[in-house]
Design a binder for this molecule. Structure first.
Ligand code: T4K
Length: 378
């Protein structure tokens, strides 16, 4: 066995983009001069305009985080009763439904994309179903055509959780144009971030009005509060950071693409390892994550063993998404949560491992991480 020394400093799953501090300070100087810290200031307006172009969407509304944005999307569309969703996601997805008193109905995922399996949605529709909340997991687009087709036939609304899908396009069309509303997360761990933050995108102008109202407590003007709103506003410090982070994204994506290729070269052909899809026809990927699946029997040891082994070497990979949402205490008694209904999701959540991927890593780091992984089975 090749002897490998632990990394001196911890290697995390990701590192946020930190733009030049001087450039950010210049932006802050403008904020200070404006005397406006939040409530639709100039930075907010500029970031909204810029992101609309970047994401190729006609309408966009910024938020203080992706979860509040998702809550607001459900409320905007009047979702109630039951909404069909995926269990293979971050807790924010089903929680956004539950916080709106909606029952999440879990649908299995496909093995190839790890996204909701459109062919299994229809059998879950009941008279109480009002919508579908699908997630473009790790930036791989859902089967948007078939999902829309089902929604149209049954009169359902479609919300996409596009938290991982910044910059993803299908046939040159921004991913935020699909469904009724899409949610992007701008959390620090995302490729594009505003420390905490998020956005909703939509093609229907009416939604822009309603969303902006709901994210500001439902206040129409000083004399009128017309709906049960929430505080979902992004502030000027976040928006200023976002404007600077945007200028770093291209370079970061190129580096991540290069490092992903290094992973691919070193891990391809390794029995029992499934690598993320490389080229999906007509899809522009964001190169944000590198997530593998480890088949215990074929690879020679379990995902958990690889995860623990990496930790010994100061490498902190993550089991996104384990545990499965349908197995959380708050959802496991739902009828749709039974393991029999969700065979792929249950299996994949035991196999999946998100590997470190960020621009500051080197090809040598990746080589070492792959070496630790392959040594783990010996
Ligand atoms: N829907 C989906 C599908 C999502 O994945 C998410 C969030 C949401 C909805 C909700 O959107 P937000 O409301 O968050 O906008 C992280 C993120 O906190 C979370 O935003 C993200 N998904 C999820 C996939 O990952 P944790 O609990 O794993 O993060 P944490 O703090 O353990 O960070 C991971 C590693 O990143 C750390 O070990 C070190 C590094 N890191 C992290 C932060 C925050 C840094 O180096 N610097 C930092 O500032 O959830």
């Amino acid at each position: 066995m090749k002897s490998i020394k632990p990394f001196k400093n911890p290697i995390y799953i990701t590192r946020p983009i930190f733009p030049e501090l001087d450039a950010y300070t210049m932006r802050l100087k403008e904020v200070w001069e404006s005397q406006k810290l939040t409530n639709n200031g100039d930075m907010h307006k500029l970031l909204e305009r810029t992101l609309r172009q970047e994401l190729k969407v006609p309408f966009l509304s910024l938020f203080n985080n992706g979860t509040i944005a998702l809550l607001t999307a459900c409320k905007t569309l009047g979702l109630k009763g039951e909404v069909i969703t995926t269990p293979f996601t971050f807790p924010a997805t089903p929680h956004a439904l539950a916080w709106n008193n909606i029952t999440p109905v879990f649908c299995d995922i496909t093995s190839s994309t790890m996204n909701i399996d459109a062919s299994k949605i229809e059998e879950l529709i009941t008279p109480r179903t009002t919508g579908i909340l699908a997630v473009h997991v790790f930036g791989v687009p859902c089967d948007v055509k078939n999902i829309q087709n089902i929604a149209d036939r049954y009169g359902l609304k479609v919300v996409y959780d596009a938290a991982h899908a910044f910059g993803v396009e299908i046939d040159g069309n921004g991913i935020g144009n699909y469904g009724d509303i899409s949610m992007f997360s701008f959390h620090a761990t995302k490729l594009f971030h505003t420390a905490e933050g998020g956005a909703l995108t939509f093609s229907n102008e009416r939604f822009k009005e309603k969303v902006d109202l709901l994210k500001n407590f439902g206040i129409r003007n000083e004399e009128e509060v017309v709906d049960v709103g929430i505080n979902g506003k992004m502030n000027e410090l976040q928006a200023a950071l976002g404007l600077e982070v945007l200028s770093c994204i291209g370079e970061e994506q190129n580096k991540r693409k290069y490092l992903s290729d290094v992973y691919r070269e070193l891990l391809s052909g390794c029995d029992g390892l499934t690598l993320p899809p490389e080229n999906i026809s007509d899809v522009t990927m964001s190169n944000q994550y590198f997530v593998v699946r480890i088949d215990k029997d074929l690879f020679g040891c379990s995902r958990d063993r690889v995860y623990e082994e990496l930790k010994k070497y100061n490498v902190f990979a993550r089991k996104y998404f384990y545990p499965l949402c349908s197995n959380y205490a708050c959802y496991r008694d739902n009828k749709s949560s039974s393991v029999i209904n969700l065979p792929y999701a249950n299996r994949i959540s035991l196999e999946v491992l998100s590997l470190p991927l960020y621009g500051a890593l080197t090809a040598g780091d990746i080589e070492k991480i792959c070496g630790i992984m392959t040594n783990a089975k010996k």
